[in-house]
Design a protein around this ligand. Structure first.
Ligand code: PLP
Length: 456
C-alpha cells in the first residue's frame, strides 16, 4: 500500500478505476498514474473521501447539490415513487402523476409566459431538444431556412454532439469534427481576460454588439436563435459587465430570432432568484434546466418552453423527439421534493438576503492577496482570478497556477475548481455564514501555499 493511503480499500477502488472506468473529461494516463480521489459520503456542505478526509464542497458536486447533501426527504421521495411506479414512459399519449405535477410546479416558478416543459435526462439533452425544437418552430412558421444558432465562445452547453457544438470550447471542437453545421459563435463578455484597454462597460457593449454583427453577417432570415448562459459557469464564472444584458435585449428586440437561456447552472436559486434570467430581467423564449432541478440527487434535465413557441408547434403534428427517460417518475418525484424544500425552507430568500451578500463580501476580502487580480460573483457563484501582475492582468504563463491551487485546496479540505488560472466556486445554496468563513479562510491558506510554490 502506498504510504499516502490509510485505507487499503482506496487502492482497490483505484485499481478498478485504472482497469475499467472511463471517466468524463479525464486524461486516462494521468488517472492510471495518480488514481482518482474516491468520494464516499456527503452531508450538508461537506463530502468525505475514502481516506476519511472531510472536505468543504465549494462546487456543490458539479453545481448540483443546491439543498446540500444527505437530505433524507429526497431519498424517501425516490423510494416511495419506486415502490409505487418505478418507471413508465411519457410517449404515445401516456403520462404519470409525478411528471405532470412537476411540469405544473416548474411553470409556477418560471418567468411569466413560460408554461410548458419538455423533460430530458440531462442538460446536454435539454440543449439537443432545444436545437430541434427551435428549427421545428421556424419550419412550422413557414421559415425553414431559419436554422442557424448563435452561441458564444467559451460557453458550455453540454457534451452531446449538439451540446458540444453549441458550446464554445475549442478543445471540445477539436475532437470529433465539431461544431456541426448551422452553429456559429461570437465572443464572450469576459472583461478580465479579454477586455484589453476598454472599461468593463465599454467592453460589455462591444461584446453585445457582436451579436448584432453576427446576425447581419449570417442574415436574419437564416438565424433561428441565440443561446447563452446568464452567467457562464464552466467557462470560469464569467459575470458579464452591467451593460451587456441590456444591450443584448435591445438587439434581440430588433430582430425576429428566439432567445434561449441555458439555466443549467443559474437555475433553481443559484443567483438568489429562481432563474438567472430573473436576476438580469431577461425574457427568454426557451430555458434549458438540469442540475439544481433535483439538486443532482438523480439525473434530470429539461427545456422550459414559452407559450409563444408552444402555440406555434402545438398544431403541427408530432414533435418527433424524446428520450426513454423523459420525465422519469422517480426523477420527477425527487425534483418535486427538492423544489418543495427550496420553497418551504425559504432557501432562495436566505441566499438573497443573507448568505450570498456575505459570501460576496468575504470573497472580495481576498483581493488584498498578491496572487488575486479580480474577485467577482453573483449569488452563490464566485470566481478568483490568479495573476502575476494585478495592474496589467498578466498571468503566470505555463505554470498551471490554477491546478496548483486546486491541489492545495483538495489537500486542505476545500473543493474549488480551476478553469485555467481562474478559481471558481458554487457551494450548496444552504451554506451557512460560519461555513462561508471556513471556505474563505481555507481559500486564503491555499492562495498562500500556491504563492509559496511559485516563489520557491
Ligand atoms: C450551462 C450548462 N449547460 C449544459 C450543461 C450540460 O449538462 P449535462 O452535463 O447534465 O448534460 C452543463 C453542464 O455542466 C452546463 O453547465
Amino acid at each position: 500500500m502506498s504510504p499516502t493511503h490509510k485505507n487499503p480499500q482506496t487502492l482497490k477502488w483505484q485499481a478498478m478505476s485504472r482497469d475499467h472506468h472511463l471517466a468524463p473529461f479525464s486524461d486516462y494516463q494521468q488517472l492510471i498514474d495518480v488514481g482518482p480521489r474516491i468520494i464516499t459520503k456527503g452531508e450538508g456542505v461537506y463530502v468525505w473521501d475514502s481516506e476519511g478526509n472531510k472536505i468543504l464542497d465549494g462546487m456543490a458536486g458539479l453545481w448540483c447539490a443546491a439543498v446540500g447533501y444527505g437530505r433524507h426527504e429526497l431519498a424517501e421521495a425516490a423510494a416511495a415513487q419506486m415502490r409505487e411506479l418505478p418507471f413508465y414512459n411519457t410517449f404515445f399519449m401516456t403520462a404519470h402523476p409525478p411528471v405532470l405535477e412537476l411540469a405544473k410546479v416548474i411553470a409556477e416558478i418560471a418567468p411569466p409566459g413560460m408554461n410548458h416543459v419538455f423533460f430530458t435526462g440531462s442538460g446536454s439533452e435539454g440543449n439537443d431538444t432545444m436545437l430541434r425544437m427551435v428549427r421545428h418552430y421556424w419550419a412550422c412558421k413557414g421559415q425553414p431556412n431559419k436554422k442557424v444558432i448563435i452561441s458564444r465562445v467559451n460557453g458550455y452547453h453540454g457534451s452531446t454532439v449538439a451540446g458540444a457544438s453549441l458550446g464554445g470550447m475549442k478543445y471540445m471542437h477539436e475532437q470529433g469534427d465539431l461544431p456541426i453545421p448551422g452553429i456559429v459563435h461570437i465572443p464572450q463578455p469576459y472583461w478580465f481576460g479579454e477586455g484589453g484597454e476598454m472599461s468593463p462597460d465599454e467592453f460589455g457593449i462591444w461584446a453585445a454588439e457582436q451579436l448584432e454583427a453576427k446576425i447581419l453577417e449570417v442574415g436574419v432570415e437564416n438565424v433561428a436563435a441565440f443561446i447563452a448562459e446568464p452567467i457562464q459557469g464552466a467557462g470560469g464564472v464569467i459575470v458579464p459587465p452591467e451593460t451587456y444584458w441590456p444591450k443584448i435585449r435591445e438587439i434581440l428586440a430588433k430582430y425576429d430570432i428566439l432567445f434561449v437561456a441555458d439555466e443549467v447552472i443559474c437555475g433553481f436559486g443559484r443567483t438568489g432568484e429562481w432563474f438567472g434570467s430573473d436576476y438580469y430581467g431577461n425574457q427568454p423564449d426557451l430555458m434549458t434546466i438540469a442540475k439544481g432541478l433535483t439538486s443532482g440527487y438523480i439525473p434530470m434535465g429539461g427545456l422550459i418552453v414559452s407559450d409563444k413557441v408552444f402555440d406555434v408547434i402545438k398544431g403541427a403534428g408530432d414533435f418527433n423527439h424524446g428520450f426513454t427517460y423523459s420525465g422519469h417518475p422517480v426523477a420527477a418525484a425527487v425534483a418535486l421534493e427538492n423544489i418543495r424544500i427550496l420553497r418551504e425552507e425559504k432557501i432562495l430568500e436566505t441566499v438573497r438576503a443573507e448568505t450570498a451578500p456575505y459570501l460576496q463580501k468575504r470573497l472580495r476580502e481576498l483581493l488584498d492577496h498578491p496572487l488575486v487580480g479580480e474577485v467577482r460573483g453573483v449569488g452563490m457563484l464566485g470566481a478568483i482570478e490568479l495573476v502575476k501582475d494585478k495592474a496589467t492582468r498578466t498571468r503566470y504563463e505555463g505554470k498551471g497556477v490554477g491546478m496548483i491551487c486546486r491541489g492545495h485546496c483538495f489537500n486542505n479540505g476545500l473543493i474549488m475548481r480551476a478553469v485555467g488560472d481562474t478559481m471558481i466556486i458554487a457551494p450548496p445554496l444552504v451554506i451557512s455564514k460560519a461555513e462561508i468563513d471556513e471556505l474563505v479562510t481555507k481559500a486564503r491558506l491555499c492562495l498562500d501555499l500556491t504563492l509559496q510554490d511559485l516563489q520557491g
